[in-house]
Design a protein around this ligand. Structure first.
Ligand code: ZN
Ligand code: ZN
Length: 179
């Protein structure tokens, strides 16, 4: 499946529908690479409108994302919305307007083709939850030894216990400071 549209063809047909599977083994989310568990289903409607090329559609899949606390793999359902407006590069705004335009997801094309694959990835990334937990009350991992605290809720780490000698030292120092 090819996600590139030819503008000449689009201006003849006015409206094109792209539908199929977006081939990807993994998707890069901010800070984490996720395995694609279900083929990425994509549907896009592309219309040659008065103010540019309007793209709308969806990208659906299931990703494997590690739990933010314990790193256990979690299945995350994605139902991303694709929404973009493409204008020719000569209509690109001056610096000041730039920020406002990017908020509206206006993009600029400079050739006779537009590659829409980036919009698919973008829709998935935007729909991915900010926080992924295997369960709402996940206890996470012990910060010292990495023990999964869900399996061992009573875990007390060796490194966490204060050495009795150190304890005495701390006490001595406290007395000195107070005295
Ligand atoms: Zn977890
Ligand atoms: Zn530990």
């Amino acid at each position: 499946m090819n996600w590139v549209i030819e503008l000449e063809k689009l201006s003849q047909e006015r409206r094109m529908i792209l539908e199929g599977i977006f081939e990807a083994q993994t998707v890069e989310l901010p800070g984490v690479q996720c395995k694609v568990l279900r083929p990425i289903e994509v549907k896009m409607v592309v219309v040659m409108a008065k103010d540019g090329v309007v793209v709308g559609g969806y990208a659906r899949t299931v990703l494997e994302h590690p739990c933010d606390r314990c790193l256990k793999p979690v299945q995350v359902k994605i139902n991303g919305t694709i929404e973009a407006l493409y204008k020719p590069i000569n209509e690109a705004p001056k610096e000041k307007e730039e920020e406002l335009q990017s908020l509206r997801n206006v993009l600029y094309y400079s050739s006779d083709k537009i590659d829409l694959s980036e919009r698919i990835i973008e829709a998935i990334v935007i729909d991915a939850p900010m926080r992924v937990l295997c369960k709402p009350d996940c206890r996470g991992l012990c910060p010292h030894c990495g023990t999964d605290l869900n399996d061992d809720p009573k875990h007390v780490c060796e490194e966490n216990r204060i050495d009795p000698r150190l304890n005495k030292l701390l006490l001595l120092r406290k007395i000195n400071e107070e005295g």
